[in-house]
Design a binder for this molecule. Sequence first.
Ligand SMILES: [Zn+2]
Length: 190
Amino acid sequence: MLRHVNSFIFPDSIIKEMKSKIKETRKKKIELGFSLCTEKDSNVVVRGSECIGTECSIKVGKCKEEQKYIGNYHTHPRGPASLSTADMITGCSEDIECVGAASFNNMRCFTRKTGTYRCLSETMPFREDEEKVLERSLRISSAVKNPTQILRMGVPQFLRELKQHDKEIGEYYKNRLMLLNKNFDRTNIS
Ligand SMILES: [Zn+2]
């Protein structure tokens, strides 16, 4: 069976390789993947260079000289088959970005519906909001592990941080999903 994602065709062989990366991720608990390429004058997707760990979300893969680079596939050891902010930023300049979720055993491909410039100009500023939320998250989890830190900052202050964090994290997920839906179409792959 052939799967179509926009104009691209995913043959069984590549779907099998994508699935096997999910299996391997479950064992190794790290991101794994490869770049997606097409042969010249063809829409059939073939596998390019491989990636391991964080380079899967920040490093753009390679294709052979006679091939066209169209995007990436990578796995998430935890979390859903969705694009993180870093994935979105990469995806803004690609034709297709596919993610496999080891915890949920599913795969999704995202294709851009806005231009690269608009996609980037909306996604990049979100990076700063994200850092703020994640920093507070880290402060809270380190305080929870070491209660003397809570006593040092005072319980009322800690509770204020916690309340602020609850508010921010909800907003953060909502905004990230909004950004994703605004700039990308999704297709489930099985
Ligand atoms: Zn990712």
